[in-house]
Write a protein that binds this ligand. Sequence first.
Ligand code: GLA
Length: 387
Amino acid sequence: MKIEDLIKQYKAIYKKFPTHIIRAPGRINLIGEHTDYNDGFVLPIAIDQYTNMLVSKNEDGKIRLYDLKYKENEEFDLKNIKPTQQKKWSNYQRGIAKVLLDAGYEIGGMNVLIFGEIPEGAGLSSSASVEIAMLLCFKELYRLDIKPLEIIKLAKKAENEFVGVQCGIMDQFASLLSKKNYALFIDCRSLNFQYIPLSIQDYSFLVCNSMVKRNLAESSYNKRRQECKDALRAFQKILPGIRVLRDISIEDFLRYGALLSKKSRKRVKHVIYENERVKQAIECLKNEDINLFGKLMCQSHKSLKELYEVSTKELDLLVEIGKDETGVPGARLTGAGFGGCVIYLVKNSSIEPLKEKILDVYQKKTGLVPQFYDIVPSRGAYVEFIK
Ligand code: GLA
C-alpha cells in the first residue's frame, strides 16, 4: 500500500494527520539457528518487508491502535496494561508499553495505524518487527533517551515476559540494526556485532514459505529452550566451569558427550557445531566461496532435522527439491522451524526453474501452494517524518 493511501486512512480513522512513520523489517537467518539463546553466533539479514506504523501523540494517556490486516481497532490505558485474550495481536504493543514503563521511561498516549507486510507465522519475525516499530514510536514521540542495545533488550523482554515466548535476541537485533546489502554477525554473549558484506556474486537468497503455520507460543520452541537448560545442567556435572552451551568445545563434547542422555547429546551437538558453521560461513562470505556457504546451509538443515528435531516433512521436502536442482548450492529452514520458510542460495539464472520445480513437486506431494519472496537484504528500522 502506498504511503499516501496509508496517510489518508489514518486521517479517516483518527481525524488528524500522523506526524511520523516508523518502519521495522522482518528477517531471515542465513545460518546459526537455535544458537542465540545459548549465547552463540547468528547471521541474519533484514528483508524488504516491513511493519509500518503511522503515529501521532494524543493527550489522554491512551494507546489507540488500528491494524489494517485484522481490520480491527483496540485501545488500552497506560495506567492499566494487561495481556488480552481477545485481540491477541495487541499484546505485542501492550508488552512494549509495559516494559518501557517498568524501566522508568516517561511515555504518553498515541494513535497508531499498523500496516504489516510480513506474513505471520512464517518464521520471518513479524512479531519482533512489531515490537521494534512500537518501541521506536514511543522513542520518537516522547524523545526517549534510549540506546539501540537497550531497545533490543526491552523488545525481547516484552516478548519473553508479556507474550510468553522465550525467544532469544536475534530477531529484535536484526530488525533494528541490519544494514542494506550486509549480513549481521552477532555474538549473542557479548552482543558485539559486525556487518559482513554479502559478496555472493550472481547468486541470491530466495525464500519459500511452506504455508505450514508455526505458532511459537504454542509450539515446542519453549520446550527446546528447556531441553538446552537440562543438557547444560547435565554437562555442568562433568565440567562445572561451563556457564552456557556455547562454552562447550568440540573436544569436550567428543570426550564427554557419551555421558549425556541421548536427547541432551543431540541438542548439544547441534548447538556447538552450528556455532562453528556460522564462523565458517563468515569466512566463506569473505572469500566469496559460494559453494562452501551452500554446503554449510545444507549441513545446518540436516542438523536441525536430525539433532535439534525442529524441521517438518514439508520443510524437508522443500530442501530436497532444492538439492536436486543445478545452480542451488544450499537450502535450509530459517527461523525456529516447526513450519515456516526455507531459504535457498540460488544462482540468479536458476531462480525461475527452481520456482517452477517447487510449484510442481511441492503442490503434488502436499496439496499446499507455496509462496515465494525474492529477498533484498535491507536496512533495519527507521523513522520518517511527515511534512
Ligand atoms: C526464533 C527466535 C529467535 C531464535 C530462532 C531460532 O526466531 O525468536 O530468537 O531463537 O527462533 O534460531
